[in-house]
Design a protein around this ligand. Sequence first.
Ligand code: SAH
Ligand code: SF4
Ligand code: F3S
Length: 497
Amino acid sequence: MRLLIYATSFLTFRGGVLQGCKYFCSALGFCVYLPDNCFVMDNRYRSVRPVLDSNKPQLYMETYGCQMNVNDSEVVLSILQDAGYSLCGDIKKADVILVNTCSIRENAEQRVWGRLDLFLQEKRKRRGVTVGVLGCMAERLKQVLLEHEAVDFVAGPDSYRKIATLIEDAKSGSKQMNVALLRDETYSDITPVRLDKNGVSAYISIMRGCNNMCSYCVVPYTRGAERSRDPQSIVREAQELFDNGYKEVCLLGQNVDSYLWLNPDNPTEKVNFAQLLELVALTDPSLRVRFSTSHPKDMGNGVLYTMAMYPNICNHIHLPVQSGSDAMLLKMNRKYTRESYLARIAKIREIMPDCAISTDIIAGFCSETEEDHLQTLSLMEEVGFDSAFMFQYSERPNTRAARHFKDDVPEEVKTRRLNEIIELQNRLSLASNQKCLGKTYEVLTDGVSKRSDLQLTGRTPQNKVCVFDAQGHGIGEYVKVEVVSCTSATLMAKIVK
Ligand code: SAH
Ligand code: SF4
Ligand code: F3S
């Protein structure tokens, strides 16, 4: 109830825009699925899908890294579409090639260096092709990237408003670079042009940057300081997606729990993450809301109660633990302990017994002993994670860990520990899926099964992938299914009425 009052007061404070928009959309009944490339010529209602035109300069884009990077590419496409470019899927036809990059681990960067060599071959075959490197590698490596023969310009994550000019200036012959990090850039006024395949689920970035300074992590250096986006623009974007037929939004931030917006006109007026979540959930009861990533040190009970209150906020929390050892957590500068992490898990389960919990784990961080590693395995067992992303520690230059600690766990030990973590998680994922047998779930369909055109895939609120016979249903529908069998990765199900 308290949270509802927050939302209402916010809506009133920001006036009729939100309500007006809602009225406008439902009155016109835009709750239909808009096909790819559909373009509605109404300036109150713009398409969020790419508009393809082979007569315009052709833009080819590749994106690496996290969901936030994918959403950034959607912002870049929006800006370049407005500047007269058209997206193309064929590198051989491209006038401009962009690669949006990730620096999180050494292998992510290696992949991009390989792509640059390939882009160079393309440039040699066809004159006039311009190549730009965007994103976290651009920010980290700056001049080093510019020196690669293939690269015409380098653009950091906060420079995308200027990207059309960077391309034009690079085309006129001189290499260009803009890697300035800005304290208040959130691209809040830009409607991303969506790159998802199915028009069902879309990302909304609610903040940028990170202040946490985990000692192993490059993100605070490549993305700059944390800043929260104006909630009104977030709610408007959710509404716009819903009006374009989207059924699910995922709110993105490196640490969504520290989202905090202060009204510049009245700094006593604040919106925190729990309140924002509620505002987005109120867009429509049939719009599913997800979010990522939560931080164990910041995830308060308010978020959990809001999740429990709104059925359209999916019962899934991604809560990276990184390690089960207090010594490692301290060294990583995570600012929580094994005990406080487990207390958060207990609270989630108390408030939402059917909430899925996933995590991230790093194997072989600096000076990790066998005992530390066993602590990670035992924590995994204790929590029983539903799924996990698992990584081998990769030293990133200039991070606190690189400057102060020795990367002293031998490669083969890191690999062995990672394999043990993966093996355990496979067992835990299977056990988690087996608990679903015989139960029914509401699934949002999002694709056709790889094995058969007659089967659909979809996700449960807990983010588990389900496969089932389509029985006349299509993509972007809610269907009720009963789980009949499973593997560690997938639930096999049948539709029930
Ligand atoms: N902001 C999120 C995740 C950011 S990056 C969070 O704090 O949880 C995604 C994951 O990559 C991290 O959770 C971590 O598990 C992993 N990661 C980050 N830096 C890494 C490094 N140097 N080596 C290996 N894995 C790393
Ligand atoms: Fe990196 Fe830590 Fe920030 Fe996540 S919270 S992006 S791991 S510094
Ligand atoms: Fe994302 Fe990689 Fe940058 S994980 S924030 S694209 S370093």
